[in-house]
Design a protein around this ligand. Structure first.
Ligand SMILES: [Zn+2]
Length: 439
């Protein structure tokens, strides 16, 4: 039987501790047997004291891990050995660890930075007892070997970048293997550089995980990596980018995820289904898991028995999210049309002296739209609260701001001030309009 695991990225919207068991029951029913938790900056890591954004305490995580294990899940953690560390390196405290000043990566030639990663490996292993794996990340290290120290250290190597990467990866993997866990690494560095033979320099316990979200099977590099004799897993995405422009529910995005999962299922490899929270700690939040309910069902080995039309909580709440998503899209379209129509009305006023036109065709619909946007915000807050989800304020604030980009907010202003601000905004588009609306 192939393995069917879920990667849950907590740097985005995730369940609060009191709802954790409920989501695990869903995952159990859908047919997932293992959980890989990426706590990222949201856990109070002792290793990174002072730079984490503590949402979960040590007792929260220990309890969440133990609940999952008691339910029969294999539970492991994912940390970062090199890249995707912007949350830790952006501030001054660890600025000296950066590779050539880039905030996303440590320099693996900096002994203090390497010691910090080793300390983190030890803390992660202690936090999640009996974990079968520790995933070390290792993906998307685009600034690899760009500093003078890394270049000097690798100057005799045939492939300097790969030699720096492998040296650090091997040491981290060995540290994990010595403690009795199997290290995992993302495989994109090996696939993009077609360096498949170099996998053999890693400890034999190492597992390479090949994430690939937009190709069709056969996936690039999969056969070559399998030929090394190392254990290779595939990784489709249940939730991933693009970030935010398609609203808060987009059926096409979900369909694309389902296609990706099916392609990977055809390969017969062990699968780690990735559920990203956002593309980096500093980027847009992806919508809640409910948005991707059909993709979760597709990925689960018992998912065929689950339907979004069912009467379980996840199905009911997923339908609720869809209906909020449709409202969002409708308001997005209306806002765009209203802004265009107001621009036209301003031009009409160049030719026809009829000031009341503004009130009827501009102010009233703008007020109505704004009130509906605020109402949607309240409904979104209720959704987050009812489903025990984190990051409500950030998600709702960001997405509502994107619905109200062009208009002043008429709820907050007197009518005449709204019109004045509207004209000022439109002057940016048509500079020949003066603030009284005339050309
Ligand atoms: Zn370096």
């Amino acid at each position: 039987m192939r393995k069917n695991y879920l990667h849950l990225d907590f740097k985005g919207i995730a369940p609060l501790p009191h709802k954790w068991r409920e989501y695990l029951e869903l995952f159990k029913n859908l047919g997932f047997e293992g959980i890989l938790l990426e706590l990222d900056c949201k856990y109070a890591w002792k290793t990174w004291r002072g730079v984490t954004w503590d949402r979960y305490s040590e007792s929260d995580i220990r309890r969440m891990v133990s609940i999952a294990r008691d339910m029969g899940f294999a539970v492991s953690l994912l940390i970062q050995m090199q890249g995707h560390l912007e949350w830790a390196l952006a501030g001054e405290k660890y600025a000296s660890f950066r590779e050539s000043g880039f905030i996303s990566e440590i320099c693996p030639s900096n002994p203090a930075a390497v010691r910090k990663i080793e300390e983190w490996i030890d803390e992660a292993i202690a936090l999640c007892p009996d974990a079968p794996y520790l995933h070390l990340g290792g993906d998307e290290v685009s600034h690899l070997c760009s500093c003078s120290e890394c270049r000097k250290r690798s100057s005799c190597a045939e492939d300097p970048r790969m030699s720096i990467y492998l040296d650090h990866a091997r040491r981290c993997c060995e540290r994990v293997a010595e403690k009795g866990l199997r290290p995992m690494l993302w495989s994109d560095v090996f696939v993009s550089r077609k360096c498949y033979d170099s996998i053999k320099t890693l400890p034999p316990e190492t597992i390479l995980v090949n994430w690939c979200y937009n190709e069709k099977a056969p996936f690039s590099g999969l056969a070559e990596m399998q030929a090394t004799g190392y254990e290779i897993w595939g990784a489709p995405a249940i939730r991933c980018g693009p970030d935010c422009l398609s609203g808060i529910y987009d059926e096409q995005r979900v369909t694309a995820r389902i296609d990706n999962i099916r392609q990977w299922q055809q390969t017969g490899t062990d699968l780690l289904h990735t559920v990203w929270g956002r593309s980096s700690s500093f980027n847009f939040l992806y919508p809640p898991w409910h948005c991707f309910a059909d993709a979760f069902a597709e990925a689960g080995t018992n998912g065929a028995a689950w339907s979004i039309d069912g009467d379980d909580t996840f199905a009911i709440q997923s339908r609720r999210w869809r209906s909020l998503g449709k409202k969002y899209t409708e308001l997005q379209q209306r806002g765009f049309l209203l802004f265009k129509s107001i621009a036209g009305i301003i031009r009409v006023s160049h030719h026809v002296d009829r000031p009341e036109l503004f009130n009827a065709d501009c102010l009233s619909p703008a007020k109505k739209l704004d009130a509906e946007i605020l109402q949607l915000g309240r409904e979104l807050h209720s959704f987050f609260e009812d489903n025990g989800l984190s990051d409500a304020d950030e998600f709702i604030d960001t997405r509502l701001a994107m619905l109200r980009p062009s208009l002043p907010h008429p709820q907050d202003l007197k009518d005449e001030d709204f019109m004045l601000q509207m004209r000022r905004k439109l002057r940016q588009v048509s500079p020949d309009i003066d603030e009284t609306g005339k050309g």
